[in-house]
Design a protein around this ligand. Structure first.
Ligand code: NOJ
Length: 523
């Protein structure tokens, strides 16, 4: 039998380039910074890297507003730096996937500039969703994920749709030119050797053709099914004429064929905030995406029952389409899981326990830079906030999970770049014990825990199969057996008796009992 595709059991580390490592000393992370830190990622024990966007961009949404899909923003380096990064990553045995942003371009993309210049009714406008006013109002009642109306008016009176910031106009995927352009972009990066794509807003490309109003209760504020932060996301059944339309799957079938022509299991993972596990599973049918992020796991509260429900629902949804499940607890859009679980020592204990549980589940896991150090969400001072969500709504936004990584030393910038210049968001004064350097020297650190857990995972993850057996150890306890490993997570307030077995890994101290907020792998 052929070996399973590499991504089925991979642990992928998400890098947010502007906040990972600064090679140039301008206070913003860059590609040479990432290349220099590849040995760190290899030693951490991950299998792959996902890089958030590094393309030419005015950075209104930190690169999720792309002006040129085939070039690197000077802030992050050059195409030669990208080639170097791909090559070095492969030399270190790491796969590398890049972010693709097909729902919208930047307002600075040549297509949008041409659309503005060409005027109503032109083929240039037909690549985007320009519409006339309706009774002096925007064409419909849709709201931007980042707050405010989803339409902006241009001087000649027409409006264009932007489900995110006004600097991110949505493309019209019913126009074949758009699809053809993205196939070229896929090939451009596949030819350069990338192992796959994380596809941004994968559920958003097609809108209901009539662009009819969204039906919603009067008082209801945020648009749901969105991806801009935990507080904005509720996976409930709501009317969503802008998300998850059936036509979108044709795009991914075409892309699947493009990838299949390349050597080496190239893959695609969908960022699709759909409403149910079943709708998520439609994106991972055998001829579409390889994987989709499982946001239900990240949204689950600290509850054994909630975790158990997500696991059962996820496995049941992906099994009929023969897809491998995925698990994720943090990314650049949500409050870090240490903080979501309460912060402080208890928050960290829970975060490690949830991570250990995730790393034993079938399928693959995604970890976000800095979680291996136990970083918490940072309260960023308003003058440093840059998230368009903050700009449009006055809500704190997502900058607090994007604070530059502390590498070494005892004061900011903690080795983030050469010299002593401050990074683009100031780091907290109390991070001296959370640097990679400090944690590497401490066998009890969060980093040492991640390294040990990832090493222990390698002993069974690829061979233990995709089935689990849930065990009943009480209401506050999530327990399951997968292959040779029994996993027990105590979400309650009291210690619980452990089943017999050798401790392979634990997220905190254990003896014959498993303390609260702790998980263990037994063999
Ligand atoms: C999802 C990305 O993860 C987020 O950071 C971005 O703001 C939106 N998509 C818009 O591209």
């Amino acid at each position: 039998m052929d070996a399973p595709e590499w991504w089925r059991n991979a642990v992928t580390y998400q890098i947010y380039p502007r906040s990972f490592a600064d090679g140039s000393g301008d206070g913003v992370g860059d590609l040479p910074g990432v290349t220099a830190r590849l040995p760190y990622l290899r030693d951490l024990g991950v299998d792959a890297i996902w890089l958030s966007p590094f393309y030419t961009s005015p950075q209104r949404d930190h690169g999720y507003d792309v002006a040129d899909y085939r070039d690197i923003d000077p802030l992050f380096g050059t195409l030669a730096d990208a080639d170097e990064l791909v090559e070095r990553a492969h030399e270190h045995g790491l796969k590398l996937i890049v972010d693709l942003v097909p729902n919208h371009t930047s307002e600075e993309h040549v297509w949008f500039q041409a659309a503005l210049a060409a005027g109503p009714g032109s083929p240039e406008r037909a690549r985007y969703l320009f519409r006339d006013s309706v009774d002096d109002n925007p064409p419909n009642n849709w709201k931007s994920v980042f707050g405010g109306p989803a339409w902006t008016q241009v001087p000649d009176g027409q409006w264009y749709l932007h489900l995110f910031d006004s600097s991110q106009p949505d493309l019209d995927w019913r126009n074949p030119e758009v699809g053809d352009m993205f196939v070229d972009v896929l090939r451009f990066w596949l030819d350069r050797g990338v192992d796959g794509f994380r596809v941004d807003v994968a559920h958003g490309l097609f809108k209901v053709e009539t662009l009819r109003d969204q039906v919603r209760a009067e008082a209801e504020e945020p648009v749901r099914g969105a991806s801009a932060g935990e507080s904005m996301v509720e996976l409930t059944e709501v009317d969503e004429p802008m998300w998850d339309q059936p036509e979108v799957h044709e795009v991914y079938r075409r892309w699947h064929e493009v990838l299949a022509k390349y050597e080496g299991d190239r893959m695609m993972v969908a960022e699709a905030w759909t409403q149910t596990p079943e709708s998520m599973a439609r994106y991972v049918r055998p001829d579409e995406f390889s994987q989709a992020f499982n946001f239900a796991w990240l949204l689950a509260p600290w509850s054994a029952q909630a975790f158990s429900d997500v696991i059962t629902g996820t496995l049941a949804a992906v099994e009929p389409v023969d897809a491998s499940p995925t698990w994720v607890l943090s990314n650049h859009d949500v409050v870090r899981h240490t903080t979501r679980y309460g912060g402080g020592a208890a928050g960290l204990a829970r975060a490690k326990a949830a991570t250990l549980t995730m790393l034993a589940l079938p399928g693959s896991a995604y970890v976000y830079q800095g979680e291996e150090l136990g970083l918490e969400q940072v309260e960023v001072e308003p003058e440093f906030r840059q998230d368009p969500l903050w700009v449009r709504t006055g809500e704190p936004g997502r900058d607090g999970c994007r604070v530059p990584i502390p590498w070494s030393g005892t004061a900011a910038p903690y080795g983030f770049g050469p010299g002593t210049g401050q990074p683009w968001i100031p780091q907290p004064d109390d991070w001296a014990e959370l640097t990679v350097e400090a944690e590497s020297a401490d066998p009890d650190s969060t980093l040492s825990f991640y390294r040990a857990a990832l090493a222990a995972r390698r002993t069974f993850a690829t061979t233990a199969g995709d089935d689990i057996e849930l065990l009943d150890l009480g209401d506050d306890v999530l327990a399951f057996r997968r292959g040779p490993v029994t996993v027990v997570l105590n979400c309650g307030a009291e210690p619980v008796a452990l089943p017999s077995g050798e401790v392979l890994m634990a997220s905190g101290p254990v003896d014959t009992e498993l303390p609260a907020d702790t998980a263990v792998w037994l063999t």
